[in-house]
Design a protein around this ligand. Structure first.
Ligand code: CTP
Ligand code: CA
Length: 229
């Protein structure tokens, strides 16, 4: 969107967007991560900025440049992302969790490179904090705090699973996207999403991540307006 002509539907709003994968180190030479490129989150940050918002982009490791005018907070692991998001949450009007947060991290991380023979068959994992669930628990039932938007990456039963995930996590809005297939999600130019909230389900795409970002913000703003009257 051309910032000069975009309607300022997010003027005076603070927006926190998370993007990219997280990375959990096993040792300095090895980590566990996922295929997220960060493109959806960066597109959302760019669109929010064009719509007039004050944008904080909390990003895991990506090869992308931060959009102009956006404050970039770079993180590596899920715990670091958790801390960065919570530090910005209370003062935010919208929090959009587009990041592909790793569900697990190695139980033991080593500062020194581990001998491969010593690691074979021994890698134990533990759960990371669920940032979205914590945000949902804190703000989901309120009408005055930030509007909490989650993403659901699903490979089947996209809308049904997205709905269930929204309820489980207490998010106000869930953007469910289909992973797998040439035209969707991870690494693709285009994506296809279902926006789920108390207002119903609306499907968008296949369309560019920029175009989808604009639709997602329009939905989020409409939902925010509907809850405050
Ligand atoms: N999420 C999060 N913290 C985590 C895991 C996920 O904040 N530790 C967020 C993601 O940023 C996304 C949403 O939760 O907005 C859904 O992520 P997803 O991986 O689809 O859901 P999970 O609950 O992790 O379920 P699963 O991976 O088992 O499908
Ligand atoms: Ca997950």
């Amino acid at each position: 969107v051309d910032a000069a002509v975009a309607p300022k539907i997010l003027a005076d709003k603070k927006v926190v967007v998370t993007a990219g994968p997280t990375r959990e180190h096993i040792d300095p030479a090895r980590f566990i991560s996922n295929p997220s490129t960060g493109r959806m989150g960066y597109a959302l940050a760019r669109a929010a900025s064009a719509f007039g918002a004050d944008v904080v982009l909390v990003s895991g490791p990506t090869t992308l440049d931060a959009p102009a005018g956006v404050r970039l907070v770079e993180v590596t692991g899920a715990r670091q992302m958790h801390e960065a998001v919570m530090a910005e949450a209370d003062s935010a009007d919208f929090i959009v969790k587009a990041a592909a947060v790793g569900d697990f991290r190695p139980k033991q991380a080593s500062d020194q490179k581990v001998e491969k023979g010593a690691m074979a068959g021994k890698l134990e994992l533990e759960r990371n904090p669920d940032i979205l669930a914590e945000l949902g628990q804190k703000y989901g039932a309120r009408t005055d705090g930030p509007l909490v938007v989650g993403f659901a990456a699903e490979s089947f039963d996209v809308v049904e699973r997205g709905k269930a995930k929204r309820e489980r996590k207490g998010a106000h809005m869930m953007v469910a996207n289909k992973i797998g297939g040439a035209r969707s999600a991870f690494g693709a130019d285009e994506s296809q999403v279902a926006v789920i909230s108390d207002r119903g389900v609306t499907e968008y795409g296949p369309a560019s991540k920029d175009a989808l970002s604009r639709e997602i913000w329009r939905e989020a703003v409409a939902l925010a307006n509907s809850r405050t009257g």
